[in-house]
Design a protein. Structure first.
Length: 299
């Protein structure tokens, strides 16, 4: 297969960390620049950092992900999530390198009854979702050899996420209250990283590899309340506190940015195109809980 250097943006995020931990073919080298070297909040800086470089491929796992703060920082959100990917797509097109771009369930309004397909109409409810949808449009329009991969409800042992928040609160409070009227597909950042690796390596060696928009989430569905309950049940096996979890409504937990009530994504398109069949979310989430608590106990 073709090798070369692959740029990974967002290397300090959940997905970026997992991408860096994966085993890669010997003829592939990863370039994982820090913010000082490549900053998505400066599209001109991105273009300058990539000027004169010849990359084999780009995986954009970087994003502005502060969903609620985006409501009061729309320019920052759109700069990182739309203009940053536009600069990456332009550079990738110039180099003739494929681009794999990570997007989100927040491009949908959550009103569909069932799992969202890739070609369902987008209708973001807030600034974050709108900025990510604009990033998709930029990538799609600028570079035809691109794969946009939407995901949802990411958890991992790294950075800030729902799994780690639940474990922290469980050690601080006698009971938890978690929203039970939003439904989605919990997804391990590790599993998403593995899927992104499959896609980018195929794009590297096959000029006819499928491009376009895909979804990757772990199999099955849950509410946030169901996910919290599963996380704490697994943690209890490690001797971690597992207080009761009360089911509440979205109305009882208001946030600056509205959330889609249905974030379920169909992965049928990705399975057909790349043969990727995600494992069930309880298995993936249990592994993430084990990894996090094992690392804490050994540190």
């Amino acid at each position: 297969m073709s090798g070369g250097q692959i740029l990974i943006t967002g290397g300090s995020g959940q997905v970026g960390i997992e991408l860096c931990h994966l085993p890669w073919p010997e003829n592939v080298r990863l370039w994982v620049p820090g913010h000082s070297e490549l900053d998505l909040s400066s599209p001109a800086g991105v273009s300058k950092a990539l000027e004169g470089r010849q990359l084999a491929a780009i995986v954009n796992a970087g994003a502005y992900t502060a969903v609620d703060r985006a409501e009061s920082e729309p320019v920052a959100a759109f700069t990182v999530n739309a203009l940053g990917p536009a600069a990456l797509a332009e550079a990738a097109r110039r180099m003739g390198a494929p681009l794999v771009h990570v997007s989100t369930d927040y491009v949908f309004d959550g009103r569909k009854d069932g799992f969202y397909a890739e070609n369902d109409p987008v209708a973001p409810l807030g600034v974050y979702g709108a900025s990510k949808e604009a990033g998709e449009q930029a990538v799609r329009t600028i570079h035809h050899r691109s794969a946009i991969v939407r995901t949802a409800w990411l958890v991992s042992p790294h950075r800030n996420n729902f799994l780690k928040t639940m474990l922290r609160l469980a050690s601080e409070r006698p009971a938890l209250r978690v929203v039970a009227d939003q439904i989605g597909c919990p997804t391990a950042a590790l599993d998403l990283a593995r899927a992104l690796q499959v896609i980018v390596l195929r794009l590297l060696c096959d000029p006819n590899a499928p491009t376009g928009t895909f979804h990757f989430v772990n199999a099955g569905q849950a509410t946030w309340h169901g996910l919290a309950t599963a996380v704490l049940a697994r943690a209890q096996q490690h001797g971690h506190p597992a207080p009761p979890v009360e089911a509440i409504s979205t109305a009882e937990y208001p946030t600056p940015a509205p959330r889609p009530s249905n974030s379920r994504l169909s992965v049928a398109g990705l399975t057909k195109a790349y043969g990727i069949v995600p494992r069930p979310w309880p298995e993936a989430v249990a592994e993430a809980v084990d990894s996090f608590l094992d690392s804490k106990s050994s540190s």
